[in-house]
Design a protein around this ligand. Structure first.
Ligand code: CTP
Ligand code: CA
Length: 226
């Protein structure tokens, strides 16, 4: 019921969101992933939809229900997430990258399950770097580039790392949180880091934080025409 009473601060806006972990396959039965639950991203998708936005959610492998009215695209690997996001980006006004994208993938995919057989030594894997989806969207030409928000989960030196990511990724807003303590939990503490400074959102459950974040984003993009 509360959802219906959210101010429609994103009416007429299109919002693209990545959420969840990615899964980088080693062979048909194994892969590399992480503990991202997708909850924060799904909460942002729900909050943006409640605020009147048309929402596209590109989700890694998670078992979460799709928020009402949200268009969902399921992907597995970082490369697939990248390939789903990039063509969508130019038709969206805002891009929120909450996904915990695997930084590396195994350089080679084994078509068949790797068997122990009589191997004397454990196999080793070479890794290749995945594309940086947020940085790629932030590099789009100005006319087609959505307003970009990055997330930074850090174990230490949150402000320094968040500020460094703001610069390196070329985005106007980074949302920092201290992980892995927050992974899978329903509550969180978020720190907004932008050119103006730092501001902590009041501690709360992920949906309340997502609604606060949506209001913050809306107030920052009002300068842009729809
Ligand atoms: N991100 C992305 N694509 C990647 C890696 C990260 O889109 N290949 C996005 C994340 O969704 C997040 C932001 O970039 O919004 C920061 O992710 P993070 O992992 O904190 O940054 P990295 O640049 O990968 O640095 P590191 O993991 O070394 O801290
Ligand atoms: Ca990373």
């Amino acid at each position: 019921l509360v959802a219906h009473f959210q101010p429609k601060v994103l009416a007429g806006r299109r919002v693209l969101i990545t959420a969840g972990p990615t899964f980088e396959a080693i062979d048909p039965v194994r892969g590399i992933t992480n503990h991202s639950s997708g909850k924060m991203g799904f909460a942002v998708a729900r909050a943006a939809a409640e605020a009147g936005a048309e929402v596209t959610l590109v989700a890694g492998p998670v078992h979460l229900p799709t928020p009402l009215g949200v268009r969902r695209i399921d992907v597995c690997s970082a490369q697939q997430m990248h390939d789903a996001v990039l063509p969508q980006a130019p038709t969206h006004d805002v891009f929120v990258a909450t996904a915990a994208v695997a930084d590396w993938r195994p350089s080679q995919f084994n078509e068949q399950k790797i068997k122990k057989d009589g191997k004397k030594v454990a196999p080793t894997f070479e890794l290749a770097e995945n594309p940086d989806i947020l940085a790629a969207v932030a590099r789009l030409p100005a006319q087609t580039r959505p307003w970009c928000v990055g997330f930074a989960a850090e174990s230490h030196d949150l402000v320094r790392h968040a500020r460094e990511k703001l610069q390196r990724k070329g985005v106007p807003l980074i949302v920092g949180n201290l992980g892995p303590a927050t992974f899978g939990r329903d509550d969180n503490t978020l720190l907004l880091v932008d050119a103006a400074g730092e501001r902590e959102l009041p501690h709360g459950d992920k949906l309340s934080l997502a609604r606060d974040l949506v209001r913050e984003i809306a107030s920052r993009i009002t300068r842009f025409p729809t």
